[in-house]
Design a protein around this ligand. Structure first.
Ligand SMILES: [Zn+2]
Length: 99
């Protein structure tokens, strides 16, 4: 009876020791997860349905107001994105002048 009691207290003290040792690690993980979440939240931007979408190709230097722009005709892959999310691309002269 005494023997098992001592064993139990040994286990408890071991668990406490582990908790004390791993406490800072757990806090660090929680803090890191939280900062990742905050970072992810700030990169996700919400768009209104009235926001204008434009069309572009990955290697093209222009973005297009219209998907039917003749410049895009020979492109196999045309992507669409919100105008303000596109950086480093300039408006296409073919279709921006028409609108
Ligand atoms: Zn165009």
């Amino acid at each position: 009876m005494r023997k098992t009691d001592r064993k139990l207290s040994d286990i408890i003290s071991t668990v406490i020791a582990y908790a004390v040792l791993s406490g800072p690690v757990i806090i660090l993980v929680v803090v890191m997860a939280f900062s990742c979440y905050e970072k992810a939240k700030s990169t996700i931007t919400f768009h209104s349905p009235f926001e204008k979408k434009v069309y572009y190709t990955v290697d093209g230097e222009f973005y297009h107001e219209s998907k039917d722009c003749p410049v895009l005709e020979n492109s196999s892959r045309v992507y669409s994105a919100y105008k303000k999310d596109l950086t480093g691309k300039t408006p296409c002269e073919e279709c921006s002048g028409r609108n």
